[in-house]
Design a protein around this ligand. Structure first.
Ligand SMILES: C[S@@+](CC[C@H](N)C(=O)[O-])C[C@H]1O[C@@H](n2cnc3c(N)ncnc32)[C@H](O)[C@@H]1O
Length: 218
């Protein structure tokens, strides 16, 4: 399915303090270093158009939210969405334009995250391209290390084999994340009342969505 062109804000739209390049980030990513407070920190990998973080950060001002998006214009679009949603006033959402993988590998302290969210990661359908998937053996170990005991990993996709592979890899590599807890489909009350744009798209085209959450138990 083709993607629509993405709207980026005018250069004069102020994204300072909201949108960061990797080089501008502190050495360690934490609530203290990014938000100067100790609220629980949730990270979304591959934020796309930023719907999840814009909705969630306004609904839950007691937590901090960091989105990491590898395509610069999507990161910019997401950051502008946060600002329009009130992120500057609430002060709990920021966006990084960059690759999540090295950040999780080197710059997040073990047991420091409240939640990791991965929604509709690129499927990389061909078998020979599977190693490019953002959820892979290494990233599962990294997420599991980074999440605190009692913290969560959310993984949603509309690609059944990606879902099955991920559930299997977590059982093998990160059993401390506990058992897969199915997440329910929620009734949409308006046109943007979906977890993400890709959930909206899948449901509009009647494509099944597979949703799971893990809660780290040790
Ligand atoms: C299929 S889109 C889904 C976007 C959004 N999560 C949603 O559900 O609407 C996957 C997104 O992940 C981003 N992405 C892929 N690899 C990434 C990586 N290593 N680090 C950060 N973002 C990544 C892509 O650029 C893309 O925007």
């Amino acid at each position: 399915m083709p993607r629509h062109t993405i709207r980026v804000p005018k250069p004069e739209f102020d994204l300072s303090g909201i949108l960061y390049e990797v080089e501008q980030l502190p050495a360690q990513l934490s609530s203290e270093s990014l938000f100067e407070n100790d609220k629980p920190l949730e990270i979304e990998i591959g934020s796309g158009k930023g719907l999840f973080l814009a909705t969630e950060s306004v609904a839950n001002p007691a937590h901090n939210y960091l989105g990491i998006e590898i395509i610069g214009k999507y990161a910019t679009h997401s950051a502008a969405r946060f600002v329009r949603a009130g992120a500057r006033e609430i002060g709990n959402a920021k966006m990084v334009s960059g690759n999540a993988e090295p950040l999780f590998e080197h710059r997040i302290a073990p047991g420091s995250l409240e939640a990791v969210h991965v929604y509709f990661p690129d499927p990389w359908w061909k078998k020979k391209h599977r190693k490019r998937r953002v959820v892979n053996e290494k990233s599962i170990r990294n997420y599991s290390n980074a999440i605190r005991v009692g913290g969560r990993l959310h993984f949603w996709t509309d690609v059944l084999d990606y879902f099955e592979d991920t559930v299997e890899m977590i059982a093998d590599l990160a059993p401390n994340l506990g058992v897969p807890i199915p997440e329910e489909e929620m009734e949409a009350e308006h046109d943007l009342d979906y977890r993400t744009h890709f959930e909206r798209r899948s449901r509009k085209y009647s494509i099944p969505v597979y949703r799971v959450c893990y809660q780290k138990r040790s």
